[in-house]
Design a protein around this ligand. Structure first.
Ligand code: NAD
Length: 244
C-alpha cells in the first residue's frame, strides 16, 4: 500500500511540530519546513524517523518566496512524487498600533501568512489534481474571523486565508480535494511568549474553557481533518475553547 506524505510548513516548533508528530505517529512520510531553526527541525525529523520509521525531509526557507517554495517542492517531487496533505502552518504575528505599522511590517506579515498559503497550495495541487484526492489544511486564527485590536496586519492576513479557504474549496470540490482552515484561539506556543504571567492568566480567564489550547489539540484536529471525506470542505473551524 502507498505510504501517504504530508508537507507541514513552519514545523520547527509549536503547532507545526505537534502536527508533524501526530502525522508521523500515524505512519505518514513528511516534508517539514522552517525559516531559521534548521537544527531544531532536523532534531525533530531525526526523532520522528527513529520513533515511527517514517521518512522526514527537511527544508529551510521562506514559504512566502516563490523560489524557496519551488525548491522545496522540487525535493518533495523527487522523494515522494507529491504530497497528499498540505498543512499551511507557517506564520508570524505583529502586535502594535495600526498607525505605527510600517509598510515593510505589513508586507512581511501578509507575505508570510497569506502569500505562503497561495504559493504552497498552487505548487501542491498538480499532484493532488492528478490523483483526484488530497487535503489542504490552513492554520488560521480567530482574528481572521473577527479582527483584533493592535493586530490589524495579522487579522487581515488570516482573513485572507479564511476567504481563500472557502473559495478554493469550491473550486476543488469537483476534484475531491478538501480545503479547510483551523482558526486557532490562544494556543500555548512560543508565539505567545510575549505575554507576562499576569497577562496570560487574564487572557485564560476570558476563555470559557479557562485555559490556552495545547499545540497537540490543534494537531489532533488537523490529523482528523486529513482523514475525513472530501465532502467536508470550505470550513473555518474555530479551536478556541469557546472564546470567540
Ligand atoms: P511559532 O512561532 O511557535 O512557530 C512558527 C513556525 O513558522 C516556525 O517553525 C517558524 O520557523 C515558521 N515560519 C515563520 N515564518 C516562516 C516563513 N516565512 N517561511 C517558513 N516558515 C516560517 O508559532 P505557532 O504558535 O506554532 O503558530 C503556528 C501557526 O498557528 C501560525 O500560522 C499562527 O499564526 C497560527 N496561530 C497560532 C496561535 C497561537 O496562539 N499560538 C493562534 C492562532 C493562530
Amino acid at each position: 500500500m502507498k505510504q501517504h506524505a504530508a508537507l507541514i510548513t513552519g514545523a520547527s516548533r509549536g503547532i507545526g511540530a505537534a502536527i508533524a508528530e501526530k502525522f508521523a505517529s500515524g505512519g505518514w512520510n513528511l516534508a517539514l519546513t522552517c525559516i531559521h531553526s534548521r537544527e531544531k527541525m532536523e532534531a525533530l525529523a531525526g526523532r520522528l524517523h527513529a520513533s515511527y520509521g517514517v521518512t522526514c525531509l527537511t527544508f529551510t526557507g521562506d514559504m512566502g518566496k516563490e523560489a524557496d517554495v519551488r525548491n522545496c517542492f522540487g525535493q518533495i517531487e523527487e522523494h515522494f512524487g507529491g504530497v497528499d496533505v498540505l498543512v499551511n502552518n507557517a506564520g508570524i504575528s505583529r502586535v502594535g498600533l495600526f498607525t505605527e505599522l510600517s509598510l515593510e511590517d505589513w508586507e512581511h506579515v501578509m507575505t508570510t501568512n497569506s502569500t505562503s498559503v497561495f504559493l504552497c497550495s498552487r505548487q501542491a495541487l498538480p499532484y493532488m489534481l492528478k490523483q483526484k484526492s488530497g487535503s489542504i489544511i490552513n492554520i488560521s486564527s480567530v482574528w481572521g474571523c473577527v479582527g483584533a485590536s493592535c493586530e490589524t496586519a495579522y487579522s487581515a492576513s488570516k482573513g485572507a486565508v479564511n476567504a481563500l479557504t472557502m473559495a478554493l474549496a469550491k473550486e476543488l470540490a469537483p476534484s475531491h480535494i478538501a480545503v479547510n482552515a483551523i482558526a486557532c484561539g490562544a494556543i500555548d506556543t512560543d508565539m505567545n511568549a510575549c505575554f507576562t504571567e499576569e497577562e496570560r492568566a487574564e487572557l485564560a480567564g476570558e476563555i470559557p474553557a479557562g485555559r490556552f489550547g495545547q499545540p497537540e489539540e490543534a494537531a489532533e484536529l488537523a490529523f482528523s481533518l486529513a482523514c475525513q471525506t472530501p465532502y467536508l470542505t470550505g470550513q473555518i473551524i474555530k479551536l478556541d475553547g469557546g472564546w470567540i
